[in-house]
Design a protein around this ligand. Sequence first.
Ligand code: NAP
Length: 321
Amino acid sequence: MPSRRRFLSAASLAAAGLALAPIAACSREAAAPSAGAGAAPPHAAHPGPLISRTIPSTGETVPAIGAGTSGSYEIALDSPDFARLQDAVRVFFDGGATLFDTSPNYSTADAVLGALLAAGGWRDRCFLATKIAADDRAAMERQWAESQRRLQTDHVELLQVHNLRALDIAWPYAQQLKAAGATRYIGLTHYLESGHAPLVAAMRARRPDFVQVNYSVNAPQAAQTVLPVAQELGIAVLINRAFDDGKLFARVQDLTLPGWADDVGVTSWSHLFLKFAISHPAVTAVIPATGRPDRQADQLRAGTGPLLSAAQQAELVAQFA
Ligand SMILES: NC(=O)c1ccc[n+]([C@@H]2O[C@H](COP(=O)([O-])OP(=O)(O)OC[C@H]3O[C@@H](n4cnc5c(N)ncnc54)[C@H](OP(=O)(O)O)[C@@H]3O)[C@@H](O)[C@H]2O)c1
C-alpha cells in the first residue's frame, strides 16, 4: 500500500467541508491551520497516525478504525446520497483507514460500496470484508458470485459467515474459497449477547482468522465471553454496534463528556464510544457505520492518541450498562 496515499488530501477534505487536524498531523506535509492564526486545533495534544493492530494469523496490520455499511450505505445508486457517501469514503481513505465491512443482505450496500471503491480508485487500498449469509451450498455459490459482481472485485480480504448461519455448510465453503485465493481470511460474526456462547464454541471448533461481535459501553458482555477466547486462540476481532446501532447518541444528547475526556484526546461521544471499543486489547478494529463525511472524520480521530485506562472503561460501563 503506497504510503503517500495515507496522507491527507487537503483538497478532498475541503470539498467535504472538514478539517481533520489530528490525523493531518501524521502527514509529512505541514497540516494547514484549521482555525484562526495561532489557534490550536481540537485535541492537538494527541496528533499521530491511526492506531493499527496486528492480525494474529499472519502478522499483517490494519488500522483500528474501520467502517460498516449497514443502514448508512443502503441508498439508491443514482440518488444525491451517493455524492455524500463519496465524500465520506474519501475522508475515510485520506485519513489512513482501510477496512470496510459489508454484507450481501444489506440491500443495496454492496453495490453502492463497489461503485464507490471503483469510482474513487480505492479498491487496492481497501481491506474489504463481506459475508456468506445463505442456507445451502447452491445459494451460497450464487451469493458469492453476486457479491463479486456488486463489489466489482474477484476477491475480498475477509469472508465471514454471517451470524453463524448454516455454519456446517458455510464453513467448508469459506475454507474452500480461502484455499482458492478468493479471500485472504475467513471469519464468523454475531451481533447479539445470545450469540456469544455459540460463537465461542465455533471459535474453538473452527479456529477462524477473524471473529466479529457486538461490544459497546451499554453492551460490554463480550469482554467476559468472546474477547478473552479470541486472545487465547489468536483470533483477530472486529467490533460491530459500537454505538448500539446509533441508539447511544440519544442517551448522551444532554450529557457532558467525563472530566478526563480531554486527557485522552476525546472531544465527542463518538470518539469515546469508539475508544472504548479499541481500548480492549483483544480488539483489532471497530467498524462503526456512518454515511456522513463530518461524522466519518470525527470517527477517525478516535483512532489517535491515548487509549482508555481500565478504570475509565469501567466508569463508562457503570454509567451506561
Ligand atoms: N451480524 C453481523 O455480522 C453484524 C450485525 C450488526 C452490524 N454489523 C456490522 O457492523 C457495522 C456497525 O454496526 P451498526 O451499523 O449496526 O451500528 P453502529 O455502528 O453502532 O451505529 C450506526 C448508526 O449510528 C449513526 N451514527 C454514527 N455516528 C453518529 C453520530 N455522531 N451521531 C448520531 N448518530 C450517529 C449512523 O447514522 P448516520 O449514517 O446517519 O451517521 C448509523 O445509523 C455495520 O454497518 C455492519 O457492517 C454486522
